[in-house]
Design a protein around this ligand. Structure first.
Ligand SMILES: Cc1cc2nc3c(=O)[nH]c(=O)nc-3n(C[C@H](O)[C@H](O)[C@H](O)COP(=O)(O)OP(=O)(O)OC[C@H]3O[C@@H](n4cnc5c(N)ncnc54)[C@H](O)[C@@H]3O)c2cc1C
Length: 416
């Protein structure tokens, strides 16, 4: 199908700009930073953000065209409005002062973020967070604990949800902060995983501080801000067939090193169509049917993801984002199953001598990352059931009582 005149015009504009500014043979490091700065100043790093906030005010579709042109040219740094959920959340809910201070460093990678949501007693039910923030003049004092925090060791900032009011129902007493990680009151403890890597962390706050100017949205209204951030995360997870580790282009050195140490094949080599062709199984009708099924799931999900992004332009949350994330779980599990079907009995092997099998096995295991991170499959189904199908809400005995009176994880431990 031919591109619309609008798409053609954006393509031509980006190509002309790239011809004038992009030098593929640039030397690394310093000039990469210069290139990213140039891209940000031209508004091409996040083209759907408003012009005054480092963007060009384009629609998500046209912004994707810009990202596509940058990718084709091999120019890094594009598509940040598609994958920077911290920036997107600040654009949607931050004060002008915070936007002025936070957005450019995010786009230039001087600032990096982690998600300070989950706690030992609050995962699927994030409204149960007990990390507290108490006002002290122009600042807030934070005490408590987060868990499963990816990238906390590297991040300069965290998107923090903390309880600021204990006398109202749980959803109404949470505030959202753009929290500075590098300070004495923050202790990051890596959690060693079965793979040997340490991607996750526990994060402890002891009288840590965050300026009120770094609050995102109104006091006690953080739940709404969180819905925006979660929807962007779900669109991101739903739109990209990579693990959570790689999604923000921030795979930790530990994880990459771990992969090569274990001799896993390069990512993508488990792609069923490529695998079937390489192993001469691509004429098998059952294999062809399985690959076609997977292909249709992927195509439909690309459209759902675009719909999710478009919905997010107008709302603070999006059911399409949940649909897209749930569909991606299905796609990842299906891709791994089809890979095993192509390999047959060989899929029971593993290790450096069996790189195809190792790849398929890795794909089967990492598919669960998407089924849990960013809200589990079951939670996405609940959201879709309630918001799309109109099913009755789950009974929630603690929804309407002051959070102070809710029976909490700590109490359960004490009485259990
Ligand atoms: C790869 C990865 C990266 C992550 N990164 C981060 C991060 O950076 N920051 C962060 O804050 N968190 C992160 N998490 C944590 C993740 O968000 C939580 O693990 C997830 O939300 C589930 O919470 P939980 O582990 O407490 O499980 P629980 O909420 O205890 O759930 C346990 C089981 O019960 C089911 N369940 C719970 N409630 C319901 C319900 N109402 N209806 C039906 N079923 C239900 C769940 O689906 C699940 O199967 C990450 C997790 C993974 C796997």
């Amino acid at each position: 199908m031919a591109d619309s005149p609008e798409v053609e015009s954006v393509r031509a504009e980006v190509r002309a700009w790239l011809a004038a500014h992009w030098k593929p043979d640039r030397s690394p490091a310093r000039s990469l930073a210069e290139w990213i700065a140039k891209l940000v100043d031209a508004g091409y790093a996040a083209p759907s953000w408003p012009v005054e906030w480092f963007g060009r005010g384009l629609s998500p579709e046209l912004s994707a065209v810009v990202a596509d042109e940058l990718r084709r040219a091999g120019a890094p740094g594009g598509g940040r409005d598609l994958n920077d959920l911290a920036g997107n959340t600040i654009v949607a809910h931050g004060s002008d002062d915070l936007k002025r201070r936070a957005l450019r460093p995010l786009l230039t990678n001087e600032a990096t973020w982690c998600l300070l949501y989950s706690e030992p007693g609050a995962g699927s039910d994030l409204a149960a967070v007990q990390t507290r923030a108490e006002r002290d003049g122009d600042e807030w004092v934070v005490n408590g604990q987060k868990v499963w925090t990816s990238f906390a060791q590297q991040a300069t900032h965290g998107l923090l949800i903390a309880r600021t009011n204990w006398d109202v129902p749980k959803h109404l007493g949470i505030t959202f902060f753009y929290f500075p990680m590098r300070q004495p009151g923050v202790e990051v403890r890596p959690i060693r995983q079965i793979t040997g890597g340490a991607h996750f962390n526990e994060v402890f706050f002891t009288d840590a501080r965050v300026a009120d100017a770094d609050r995102v949205g109104e006091i006690d209204a953080g739940w709404r801000v969180l819905q925006t951030a979660l929807a962007y995360e779900r669109v991101l997870l739903g739109g990209s067939e990579q693990s959570v580790d790689n999604i923000a282009g921030r795979a930790s050195d530990d994880e990459s090193r771990n992969d090569s140490e274990h001799g896993a094949a390069a990512p993508g080599s488990a792609d069923p169509a490529t695998l079937a062709r390489r192993l001469g199984r691509d004429q098998d009708p059952l294999v062809r049917q399985a690959i076609a099924h997977l292909y249709s799931l992927r195509m439909v999900n690309q459209w759902t993801t675009s719909r999710g992004l478009a919905e997010l332009e107008h709302n603070s949350s999006s059911s399409a984002a949940s649909l897209s994330k749930l569909a991606m779980s299905e796609i990842l599990h299906t891709a791994a199953r089809v890979g095993a079907q192509i390999l047959g009995a060989e899929s029971m092997l593993d290790g450096p001598d069996h790189s195809d099998a190792a790849s398929v096995n890795r794909a089967a295991l990492t598919a669960y990352v998407n089924s849990i991170g960013g809200g589990t499959d079951q939670i996405q189904r609940n959201i879709l059931g309630e918001r799309v199908l109109g099913l009755p809400r789950e009974p929630q005995v603690d929804r309407d009582i002051p959070f102070r009176d809710v029976r909490k994880a700590e109490a359960v431990r004490r009485f259990g």
